[in-house]
Design a protein around this ligand. Structure first.
Ligand code: 3HC
Length: 709
């Protein structure tokens, strides 16, 4: 190793074989040792990175020519955290906490030069350094709670010492990032500079002394106010939700930071981290993190890259069309909405205006952004204006003839390279594609209401869809910040196909003797934000009524007519003032006594004697129905992977995220056991249960859904 050249660089690899690929380099120049982390895409702190930093630090410390050390990362970001993919495997030395302690104890000053998304273990590494300099666009955060864990490399002990207990609690409990300016304000970083590496080097050259490491060793000033704050936070926990036990352990660790010596606090934190890591909630949330990214990997993207999208046209400005328009405006796109006549145009404008205003009031966008968004909006009754758009989305009411006619017009007017999309929920997409005369440039983009909020977009890909069109639809969905999931064009795609069976099962349980409110309460206590009947009341009962009418009865399958009769009576949900619940201005909805009477009459008419249905039966049957239907969708190739179904059900139907989705849940119970229960129900002779052949096959092979991902 020589310092003869202005910059000497070496790779740090305990095993020289893989020297060329090693993700950490040590560069020396003018008395400064720079440790460069280069582990794309996000410089996750995997074992080889930790080893590399450790060795580099030792080398820099031992080198008499190095007076200071700069820690910096190549590519798009300073480390965005520990390597999540390593969480399931045996730990490898050095652990991140050990590495952080080593940095903090270094007798030479260590400067962290930050850019990108400095998250989790990345921020913990930076907090252990003696100075932090960040580029203005840097985001800094401790998002571990989103994975059901807590900062496990000193974050819960160093953050309160740097920014105070209140700020540390807010940051760790919410998992939200701070902007660099905010971080500067709060004392999390020491300087802002557009070129943090150069600024860190300049500071290092100016010969600053290391910040005394004993600062962290000192006890936090035990302010009673902080302890009171934590005790209030503990009391608020039951109403907060969030993963267990992480939410509680975060408070424990901050309390330890106040009451206990630093080293003891670190030990407490480590124990809590390991406990959270092994928890069911963390297992589920980590699965969701990976599953979401896996779902976004469409095969078409391996060979195709879509051009940047500028302009979107939406035909139909009803609730769904307006919601999609708002999502597009939020994402900075130019939007043309086509409606019929003056009344149609005015109605759409009002809906979109209200939606943008709501986004401003909720703080999703600033007032200026809201005003700016509306300048990108054109409302028109002239269909010819869609000719400018790169993507035309049909968002008309769910009527096949209407959609087919308008899609024919769209096909004739859109520019040749445009992609045409339908937002149908249940209609035959291949017939709609044909009606557009451009089946190769046709996809389904199935949004969920309210489209500006709900994150799922099912992208329905037909047999004749060109990969370029799929790539463009994917880019569009990602650009809106949505989670795209690929599906075949089977009517109902993934979510609504499962939902239809789920609702039928819920109705059957109600017909047998449960009440709609009991079903709702049971599913909420499982973790759904709303029960199935609350959802129906919110969205209106008409859509599923229409769907049932279109499909007709399935020969030999039980049919429950409660929803049909309610629609006939006009009890279609919240908008009508009553559905399964009664809605009165200013008071909470209550179960609809008339609906209960109707249900009793319908039971009597069919000779059904109501029986006691337990909450457990409700939960088990509804969850088993989901898995059984999902297995059929996998078998039919409607969904590509079990984990795609998990993501679709979480973001489309509100399946509790910390459970990881129905397929992940099924794996935890074992497919063998799930199959045994479903087969037992089928054996009782109910027409509602037909075991998916895939389940039977997997059970006989002791298979797991995760093996099919
Ligand atoms: N570990 C392993 N892989 C990671 C990762 C991590 N911490 N963070 C991101 N990746 C991977 C993703 O899986 C993805 O892989 P792929 O290309 O194969 O699909 C790739 O990096 C790019 O990620 P995104 O698609 O998410 O890219 P974006 O640009 O949209 O977002 C990001 C980048 C903001 C860094 C986002 O990936 C993110 O939020 N990552 C997680 C950050 C996090 O949770 N950090 C804390 C980890 S836990 C921890 O540090 C414990 C410690 O306290 C001990």
């Amino acid at each position: 190793m020589s310092d003869a050249s202005p910059t000497a660089s070496e790779t740090l690899d305990p095993e020289p074989r893989s020297r060329a690929k090693h993700p950490v380099r040590l560069e020396r120049s003018n008395g400064i040792a720079t440790i460069l982390i280069d582990n794309p895409p996000v410089n996750a702190l995997s074992a080889s990175v930790r080893q590399g930093i450790y060795i580099a630090l030792e080398a820099a410390e031992a080198d008499p020519r190095a007076n200071a050390i700069v820690l910096v990362a190549a590519g798009r970001t300073f480390p965005a955290g520990a390597d999540i993919t390593e969480f399931g495997s045996p730990p490898q030395d050095p652990s991140l906490p050990v590495l952080c302690d080593r940095i903090e104890a270094c007798p030479k000053p260590v400067f962290a030069a930050l850019h990108g998304t400095v998250l989790g273990g990345g921020l913990e590494l930076a907090m252990a350094a003696h100075y932090r300099i960040a580029a203005a666009a840097t985001q800094l955060g401790l998002p571990e709670v989103k994975l059901g864990i807590l900062p496990g490399a000193g974050g819960t002990q160093r953050a309160p010492r740097l920014i105070g207990v209140e700020q540390a609690l807010a940051m760790i409990q919410s998992g939200q990032s701070l902007s660099a300016a905010d971080a500067m304000d709060k004392g999390l970083i020491d300087a802002l500079d557009e070129d943090p590496r150069e600024a860190a080097t300049a500071l290092a050259l100016s010969g600053m002394e290391p910040r005394p490491t004993s600062k962290n060793r000192e006890r936090l000033k035990s302010a009673n106010a902080d302890l009171e704050l934590l005790s209030a936070a503990r009391e608020a926990l039951p109403g907060m939700g969030g993963p267990q036990p992480a939410m509680e352990r975060i408070i424990d660790c901050l309390e330890a930071a106040i009451l206990l010596p630093f080293d003891v606090g670190l030990t407490r934190e480590r124990d809590a981290f390991l406990e959270c890591l092994a928890s069911r909630d963390s297992l589920g949330l980590r699965h969701v993190f990976m599953a979401e990214r896996r779902a976004a990997k469409f095969p078409e993207l391996e060979t195709r890259k879509a051009p940047v999208l500028q302009h979107v046209a939406i035909v139909g400005g009803g609730l769904m069309g307006a919601g999609i328009a708002i999502a597009c405006l939020d994402a900075g796109l130019a939007v043309t909405v086509v409606e019929e006549g003056e009344a149609g145009v005015t109605g759409a404008l009002d809906r979109i205006g209200d939606g943008v205003q709501a986004a401003v009031s909720k703080g999703r966008i600033s007032e200026a952004q809201g005003a700016q968004a509306l300048t990108r909006l054109t409302l028109t009754a002239n269909m010819a204006e869609i000719a400018k758009a790169d993507l035309v989305i049909e968002a008309l009411p769910e009527q096949a003839e209407l959609k087919e006619r308008v899609l024919g017009e769209i096909g004739a007017l859109a520019k040749p390279e445009a992609v045409i999309a339908t937002n149908t929920s249940y209609l035959d997409v291949d017939a709609l594609a044909k009606a557009s005369n451009r089946p190769d440039r046709f996809v389904a983009l199935h949004f969920f209401a309210p489209a500006q909020i709900m994150r799922l977009v099912e992208i329905g890909v037909g047999p004749g869809t060109n990969p370029d069109a799929v790539a463009l639809a994917h880019r569009f969905a990602k650009g809106l910040g949505k989670v795209p999931v690929r599906a075949a064009t089977t009517p109902g795609f993934i979510v609504n196909t499962i939902l239809a069976k789920f609702r039928l099962m819920a109705d059957a349980l109600v017909e047998d003797g449960a009440s709609p409110a009991q079903v709702d309460t049971t599913m909420r206590s499982f973790g759904f934000p709303l029960g199935p009947y609350q959802v129906l009341d919110r969205s209106g009962l008409e859509a599923s009524w229409e769907m049932r009418k279109r499909r007709g009865r399935v020969e030999g399958e039980r049919y429950v007519s409660i929803g049909d009769k309610m629609c006939e009576l006009g009890w279609t949900g919240r908008k009508a003032g009553q559905g399964y619940y009664v809605y009165n201005e200013g008071s909470a909805p209550v179960p609809n006594a008339d609906a209960i009477t109707l249900i009793e009459e319908l039971r009597a008419a069919q000779g059904i004697t109501p029986r006691e249905v337990s909450n457990r039966e409700i939960r088990d049957k509804l969850l088993l129905t989901m898995v059984n239907e999902a297995a059929k969708l996998l078998e039919a190739g409607v969904a590509a992977r079990p984990s795609d179904i998990d993501i679709a059900m979480i973001h489309g139907l509100g399946y509790p995220e910390r459970r990881g989705g129905p397929m992940f849940d099924a794996d935890q119970t074992t497919v063998f056991e799930i199959h045994r229960r479903i087969a037992a129900l089928e054996a009782k002779g109910s027409s509602l249960w037909k075991t998916a052949p895939l389940l039977a096959q997997m059970a006989s092979e002791r298979g797991k859904f995760s093996d099919l991902n």
